[in-house]
Design a protein around this ligand. Sequence first.
Ligand code: 1CP
Length: 343
Amino acid sequence: MSQKTILRALAGETLPTPPIWMMRQAGRYLPEYRATRAQAGDFLSLCYNSELAAEVTLQPIRRFGFDAAILFADILLLPQALGPKLWFETGEGPRMETTTTAAEVAALRPAEAIHDTLHPIYETLRILKRELPSETTLIGFAGAPWTVATYMIAGRGKEEQAGAHRLKTEDRATFETLIDKITEATILYLSAQVEAGAEVIKLFDSWAGSLKGQDFTDFAVKPTARIIAALKERYPSLPIIAFPREAGDGYIGFAAATGADCVAIDNSVSPDWAAANVQTTGCVQGNLAPHHMVTGGEDLIRETRAVVEAFRKGPHIFNLGHGITPDADPANVQLMIDTVRQG
Ligand code: 1CP
């Protein structure tokens, strides 16, 4: 069996100390990230600069010795590679040219064309493969089709899934064609990431929580299952982490329904609930609340121990329930890691 702790947990092994990494571990809370980003220019220039993207991926590994490195990129690069313009408004976040009509969906570039835009991302992975310490697992990723579609339809993020719900209801055929297009392109994108060195794939469905009932099955479960089936056909031993954020009850049975090896859990459910309802069928990842990286102290130590304790009896990868925020203190990250590793 592999010596890498993350791969062992993903294979279903219960380890005495959970391996650990952190969503958005390369980010603005780190002074060295801010310096490299300033050197690159803007955020997108950093994503497409393979040397500098590899550098920011490595920074949290050097500083903290996390068990995994996650490729520095963004879920919105894939839709950008299909044609719509993407830019970041300072202090506000991503903006995209919208895709809402049958004609606009039909005008998207063919899925195979994504590599013309995304080849620097594969180069970032090749650099990381060479430069990462031998014990560190390299994670590649993409957005899940529903979440990517919400950004393509609304042209922006954060609580803006209304447009996607509207299109799903008012023009089902166009919506489904868009989901299929994203699914197909995501399979090609993630396959290229594996070819370039990604050892694990994570699918971020950040807005899965706004899908309920049959919609959750149709647009959170099914596209994810299709991507995982296609990847497993090509790479049978590739471990995949799915993150249907804020799925609530939808977390139950999600791994079985999609074929994921691990389900990442957000903070809307307790670690004890997730241990009793999700970890029963395999590895879970999570789920310390990110605010502890800002607030620190005894609360951080107590809650970190509670997460470790709740998941102690099964396969577990320690992580936050969502990304670390720019106002976090790196000293608190170190305290979390020490607490996990020293008990
Ligand atoms: O320079 C900056 O700090 C800009 C902030 C930033 C960063 C660091 C953005 C803009 N993206 C990223 C990197 C990123 N994004 C990674 C890199 C690896 C790592 O985790 O260190 C990953 C995996 C993502 C994934 C991502 N991007 C998601 C899924 C996870 C999540 O947070 O729910 C989503 C929804 C995005 C879109 C996006 N990109 C950036 C922002 C601020 C957002 C969300 C904006 C919104 O919805 O309004």
